[in-house]
Ligand binder design. Structure first.
Ligand code: SME
Length: 168
């Protein structure tokens, strides 16, 4: 009998926890070797790592603004956000993760991309104080779960020193 050919499509949005551990180990090397110079690569690697991470950016606190330092995905008009506006500000003001399953249901949401349906914003803290954040937009509704929150929080801890050196 001829072997059955099964066309298995790799679903990059399904990741196992051990893959996260491997990513974190690589990220640690990146930040130790390159400091803030690693942040752009981090955005690119995160976007490539998981198909539901459609846009990944790092914003830095600069006075009363959030300034986009690095990103992977389409260009956004929100390169600077006044602290007070958007989900990005909520994460800073509340010093807490914002995990919005349905951005269009949230009046605070600042629209960037036509296809975005959910968003995860994780503060980067230095000495407990938010100095920046990792922002991820997804084209999938309810894309982010506890595992994503823990994973991105670990990355945020790794980059805290570098982000803090850029914050004003
Ligand atoms: N949606 C964000 C703005 C930044 S973009 O997602 C890149 C917000 O509501 O703050």
């Amino acid at each position: 009998m001829a072997p059955t050919c099964i066309n298995i499509k790799y679903k990059s949005s399904i990741v196992k926890p051990e893959d996260n551990a491997h990513f974190i180990a690589r990220a640690k090397e990146g930040i130790v070797s390159h400091g803030p110079g690693y942040l752009q690569k981090l955005c690119e690697d995160l976007k490539a790592y998981n198909g539901k991470y459609n846009w990944v950016g790092v914003y830095i606190v600069a006075g009363d603004k959030l300034v986009l330092h690095s990103y992977a995905g389409d260009r956004t008009e929100h390169e600077q956000i006044s602290i007070g506006d958007g989900l990005c500000s909520q994460a800073i003001v509340q010093n807490a993760i914002v995990n919005e399953a349905d951005v269009h249901s949230n009046p605070t949401y600042l629209a960037c991309f036509i296809n975005t349906k959910s968003e995860l914003v994780v503060p980067v803290r230095h000495g407990g104080k938010p100095v920046g954040e990792i922002d991820i937009d997804s084209d999938t509704r309810s894309a982010f779960h506890g595992e994503d929150e823990r994973f991105i929080s670990e990355i945020a801890e790794l980059v805290a020193g570098a982000v803090s050196s850029l914050a004003k």
